[in-house]
Design a protein around this ligand. Structure first.
Ligand SMILES: [Ca+2]
Length: 566
């Protein structure tokens, strides 16, 4: 209630100022800018000032006195007058400012969405289309960074054919195959068992953990397999179903209505796993584990902190296999249990299926948008292009060369085992206020090359230090590269789809209801409250999918797919 009252007050105060400001802003004299040749610095022959509104995180004290802002001003000749808005109020402020008609030359760090771009760009014409700047002539660093994001420029393009923003180009290598399963290695060692590679071997190992007391306390207190329904890739089914059919299903009811709900590409057509016989076989396998007490019965109700308690709270280790995006999802970082879990590769299923789910690393849209009324678009684009270079990204994110980071020493290796590119001299910290950097990469490119080029100590796998937290980035990289990448199916994952405002209005409720039904039914089949082995129950479920307009949703997705990717 108080918030509403405040907004009304702010709007009331803004109106008179707006009317005045529009008069002065319209003066064209400010547009006379003399530029230097493209690709050179400074950008302008005599200094100019542009107004940029920035969403300010608590860890940056003042963008106008910030050392990196000053560095950019000296290099480019472009002085930015930053208008700072607290990060958490950014979305509200954007709407207010755009409604007022009096707005700055550009907005930085607002994370403006596709829908907002459609609204303010396509429909209202307030945002400038940036298509011409997406070229090596104008923005060589941006375009080079895009080489690591295939299809990324298409992703940035609105349905009207325009590109309205600059991206954040961040790639998280290990996140791209995040549906992982881990095993407590001392249990396998104690039982004299190898890491399972097939569904049948997996079942045998689960049985052995349950019945052969690998923690040696004389009690049958072992939990062979556990996960959680809420938490970053803590879902056992997202790992196990992929031994039967490619399936990205996340049963968390709050997950997306289009992504992570079992849709897949089938020879260029958008299809779904969730009405296929192989999906049913996968659910039946998980149900069997559940019935036999091999799968922890809280796995479809608890969250990741409860999962962590389950793994950590007992005096002796009890949990054999755990699902999670990484070890920190279910164990205490640096603890003995954390240090002893090992990722395992996707298991080969009865018909040879063995898949790793793909999580496309899309560009972050809406990091910089330019007002269609600004006379300084050329300068602003050239100013931001520098930030997509390796050096620009490191300066913006980490700090100054020689203080926060340095180019790598000869002979050192990066996370990927290739010659390192850079090394960190200080710990990156986005909690404590400082005024050296922007910390947050609003418009920049922490690409996989940059991240994997971080110099690390070359610790051998047999060295006990390898699995300790200090070496975690390296472990994440190695596990992903060796165990998951070989099985990822980029051809089967549906790329991110964009819907028109009209389509969203018509179908978002339909999509949400269908997704909820798929998720709830899958859980019921796995825990046995719906009998997956009963043909009538299964057929009723499949009929329910059609009743909730699965064919309509597939057709809608196909239309969006053809529009973007054909
Ligand atoms: Ca025991």
């Amino acid at each position: 209630m108080r918030k509403t009252a405040l907004i009304v007050l702010v709007v009331a105060l803004l109106v008179p100022a707006t009317l005045l400001a529009q008069g002065t802003k319209a003066a064209p004299a400010a547009a006379k800018v003399e530029y230097t040749p493209l690709g050179t610095y400074p950008i302008v022959k005599s200094p100019i000032t542009v107004d940029i509104m920035v969403a300010q995180p608590p860890c940056v004290e003042d963008y106008n006195t910030n050392r990196f802002s000053k560095y950019m001003e000296e290099m480019t000749g472009v002085k930015v007058n930053f208008i700072m808005v607290p990060e958490q109020a950014a979305t509200e402020k954007l709407a207010l400012v755009l409604a007022s008609g009096d707005y700055p030359d550009a907005f930085l760090g607002f994370g403006i969405s596709f829908d907002q771009e459609t609204n303010y760009g396509t429909q209202e014409g307030l945002f400038l289309p940036l298509n011409k700047y997406y070229s090596t002539e104008w923005m060589p660093n941006l375009m080079k960074a895009f080489e690591e994001f295939p299809g990324g420029v298409g992703y940035m393009t609105n349905i009207d054919g325009n590109i309205y923003s600059l991206p954040r180009l961040e790639g998280c290598y290990h996140c791209s195959n995040q549906a992982k399963l881990f095993v407590y290695q001392p249990f396998l060692d104690k039982l004299g068992l190898k890491t399972p590679t097939t569904i049948d071997e997996f079942y045998t190992v689960l049985k052995a953990i349950k019945t052969q007391d690998p923690n040696g306390n004389g009690k049958a207190d072992e939990i062979p397999l556990a996960g959680s329904i809420i938490g970053w890739s803590d879902h056992v089914e997202r790992f196990l179903l992929n031994s039967f059919i490619y399936c990205d299903l996340d049963t968390d009811i709050n997950a997306g209505a289009v992504s992570d709900v079992g849709f897949l590409m089938n020879n260029g057509k958008v299809d779904t796993a969730v009405n296929k016989a192989a999906f049913r076989e996968g659910l039946a396998f998980i149900n069997k584990l559940y019935r036999e007490g091999l799968l922890y019965n809280g796995s479809f109700t608890q969250d990741s902190s409860q999962l962590t308690q389950l793994v950590e709270s007992s005096a002796q280790p009890t949990v054999g296999f755990v699902a999670g995006g990484w070890r920190g999802q279910f164990s205490t970082i640096g603890g003995d249990r954390f240090n002893n879990y090992r990722a395992i590769a996707p298991l080969k299923g009865p018909k040879g299926e063995q898949n790793s789910v793909v999580f496309f690393q899309n560009p972050g849209i809406g990091r910089v948008v330019v007002s269609s009324k600004s006379p300084y678009a050329d300068a602003i684009m050239r100013y931001f292009d520098f930030m997509y270079s390796l050096e620009g990204t490191l300066l913006q994110r980490n700090g100054f060369e020689g203080e926060a980071w340095a180019w790598a020493d000869e002979g050192t290796v990066g996370l990927d085992g290739k010659p390192a590119i850079w090394k960190a001299l200080t710990q990156w910290n986005d909690k404590d206020p400082q005024n050296d950097t922007w910390i947050q990469v609003y418009a920049g490119a922490p690409t996989p090359t940059m991240k994997n080029g971080l110099a690390v100590e070359d610790i051998s796998r047999s060295d006990a230090r390898y699995y300790l937290p200090d070496n975690n980035e390296k472990v994440l990289y190695d596990e992903t590269a060796e165990l998951y990448k070989p099985y990822e199916r980029t051809d089967l994952e549906v790329p991110t789809l964009k819907f028109t405002a009209d389509e969203s209005e018509k179908y978002s409720t339909v999509q949400r209801e269908l997704a909820n039904y798929i998720r709830q039914s899958a859980v019921k089949f796995m825990v046995g409250s719906m009998d997956v082995n009963d043909d009538k129950v299964w057929n009723d479920y499949v009929a329910g999918l059609d009743k909730l307009q699965l064919p309509t949703v597939l057709k809608l997705m196909q239309t969006a797919y053809d529009r973007q990717y054909k």
